[in-house]
Write a protein that binds this ligand. Structure first.
Ligand code: FES
Ligand code: FES
Length: 625
């Protein structure tokens, strides 16, 4: 790595600095100038979180080598305003509630600023088009577009400035009230510090060697070369774990670093701390591993047969089976007018939070091991960490940094154990920031599933019985599989009063990426099957799909199949609203496609076309970009 002398103007200030020749503009801003409002969401020009102005033009700074901006004028989100003196756009982002997790927001504010600078009267379509290079995972974009339109109208004097301050004082409840988010100003001005933005004196950087095998014995691990690399201050393997090296939210089966064998591609084996990320990465690349490949399991059905056992001490690949029985499905099915049987499968889903996994760990002056990370489950993580590090609980502290989107993905503990080992071993603060690729490869996903379904109904559409059997791929480690199976079993039959129900949910180990918590926790996979069955039944019985749901919906006073008495039931209110808002064409679903008026009427949206960005030309015709 060589040095590079650079002169440029950043946010109006002339800067002369020696930087690293391999740095991107993004690195220079974040590492050399501490301008951490410019975020790294993907490092590949896809998300827009790193947006800045170079000589007035909006650019993704992760794609620009720093040497290319010598002499240029750079503007970052910090230059647009600060929490005390925000720009119109920043105020509008606060006013509409456009900043949720906030990680995309500095980039969004930059893109919105560029849009209105280039076209102060931009209409909604033009705003969408101009901001199409920036991704938000939380907002659904509506509030962001509302904010840009609000700022546009204030700038053009079509609305008074007081629209930025029209918050409500909640009376009895905050729910439904337009209240001021207290962290919005720090988010829209790029001042909020996420874990990757944090710096500490003498901080080291961690990198991780991960398995490229799905299932293999580790025969030999040669660290000798890596230890000699310049800047390397500490290396840890499973040998360095002082306490119980098995953790997990429900089942304690996961080592901090692979022990004897690896069970999925992406599993951590060695962690290195060095003065710089690059030094740690070089050391990782110098580690030699000898593997003996083992037969692997990728299919949960195969896994259930237990011919290969992935966690030898458990004697089975079954992580959790939740059986629930209500009434007598066999007898009820015999009385049914129709019986429908089908199978449904769902795929693994990446959480795609915009903030990649990151954390900082240190041992403080009182010997308290401290982990700062966007963990969604810090109390549980703290207890797990105390066992791993063999420390009393009061010697372990977790600090939850702002979560740049989680969606359940930051609920299982993933990398914090490695940070703790290196902080303890080196007595330096340690920082780790995953690349987007590393995050996708190594972190837990939504459980892929297969659901077998049998439903018996009367000809009037009343469900008499349902038999549901879900098999979920838990991947290599238990993570949240047990909790997901519980929720799938409790919620999977949907908001319907089914007198006779046989429900089985099973999660199994495979050599796939571990599955974990994800919004709706297993209910989504099974409810998708239930709702699909009701649509099929509606079609067969020639009943309106809303109607068949109303016939079976829970009402106040019903008991769920897990014996919970319902003191309220809002499903019918929801159905009524949906029916009105969607302009549903009542009747049984016998006609499909263009003949259905409700799905193709004038003010309804056409179906999405994936992979294409569409805009209209002057004649209102659509053209693909
Ligand atoms: S576009 Fe630069 S970090 Fe995503
Ligand atoms: S607010 Fe946009 S990614 Fe969270």
């Amino acid at each position: 790595m060589s040095n590079y002398d650079i002169k440029l103007t950043v946010n109006g200030e002339k800067i002369k600095k020696t930087t690293q020749s391999h740095y991107r503009l993004l690195d220079f801003l974040r590492e050399d100038l501490d301008l951490t409002g410019t975020k790294e969401g993907c490092g590949a020009g896809e998300c827009g979180t790193c947006s800045v102005f170079i000589n007035g033009k909006l650019v993704k700074s992760c794609l620009v080598p720093v040497a290319k901006v010598d002499g240029a004028k750079i503007d970052t989100v910090e230059g647009l305003g600060n929490p005390e003196k925000m720009s119109e756009l920043q105020k509008a982002f606060c006013a509409t509630g456009a900043s949720q997790c906030g990680f995309c927001i500095p980039g969004m504010v930059m893109a919105a600023t560029s849009t209105l600078r280039n076209n102060p009267k931009a209409n909604l379509e033009q705003i969408k088009e101009e901001m199409g290079g920036n991704i938000c995972r939380c907002t659904g974009y509506q509030k962001i577009f509302d904010a840009v339109e609000m700022a546009r109208d204030v700038i053009n004097k079509e609305k008074p400035e007081k629209v930025f301050d029209e918050y409500e004082k909640p009376k009895n409840s905050f729910i439904g009230a337009n209240v001021k988010r207290i962290d919005a100003p720090s988010k829209v001005t790029g001042r909020l510090k996420y874990a990757a933005d944090m710096k500490m004196p003498n901080m080291l950087h961690m990198q991780v060697l991960r398995s490229d095998r799905p299932h293999a014995k580790i025969l030999n691990l040669d660290l000798s070369k890596a230890k000699k690399f310049e800047g390397v201050r500490g290396i840890v393997t499973c040998q360095d774990v002082p306490g119980i090296d098995n953790f997990g939210v429900f089942i304690e089966d996961q080592p901090v670093l692979a022990k004897d064998k690896v069970r999925y591609v992406g599993e951590a084996i060695v962690a290195v701390a060095a003065d710089t990320v690059e030094q740690a990465r070089d050391a990782i690349n110098a580690i030699k591993i000898k593997y003996k490949d083992l037969p692997a399991l990728y299919d949960p059905e195969e896994s259930l047969k237990d011919k290969i056992i992935l966690h030898e001490h458990y004697k089975t690949n079954l992580v959790k089976h939740i059986p629930i029985r209500k009434g007598n499905t066999k007898e009820a099915l015999e009385k049914a007018d129709i019986i429908i049987e089908d199978e449904f499968s769902t795929q693994p889903v990446e959480h795609a939070y915009l903030e990649p996994m990151a954390g900082v760990s240190y041992v403080d002056q009182d010997g308290v091991l401290t982990i700062v990370s966007p963990s969604q489950n810090i109390t549980h993580h703290r207890h797990m960490m105390a066992k791993i590090m063999n420390l009393p609980i009061h010697k372990v502290r977790f600090i939850m940094s702002p979560v740049g989107g989680g969606f359940g993905g930051k609920e299982d503990m993933i990398y914090q154990g490695m940070l703790a080992l290196l902080a303890t071993k080196t007595r330096h603060p340690i920082k780790y920031v995953m690349t987007r690729e590393e995050d996708i490869v190594s972190t837990a996903k939504r459980h892929p599933s297969r659901t077998k379904y049998k439903m018996g109904l009367t000809k009037e559409g009343r469900i008499l019985a349902a038999e549901i059997s879900m098999l979920a791929d838990g991947g290599a480690y238990g993570c949240s599989t047990e909790g997901v199976m519980r929720k799938a079993a409790i919620l999977g039959a949907g908001p319907y009063n089914i007198e006779n129900l046989k429900m089985d949910t099973r999660g199994v180990y495979t050599n796939n990426t571990p599955s974990g918590a994800f919004r709706s926790f297993g209910a989504l996979q099974t409810e998708f099957a239930t709702e699909s069955m009701l649509d099929i039944a509606a079609e067969k019985l020639q009943i309106d799909p809303f109607e068949i749901r109303r016939i079976n919906a829970f009402v106040k006073g019903n008991f769920t199949h897990t014996k919970q008495e319902l003191n309220s039931a809002s499903i019918n209110t929801v159905l009524n609203e949906l029916e009105t808002l969607s302009k549903w064409e009542q009747g049984s679903p016998h006609s499909r496609g263009n003949s259905r008026k409700d799905t193709f009427s004038e003010d309804n949206r056409d179906a999405c076309e994936l992979g294409a960005r569409l805009k209209t030309n002057g004649n209102g015709k659509r053209v693909t970009k």
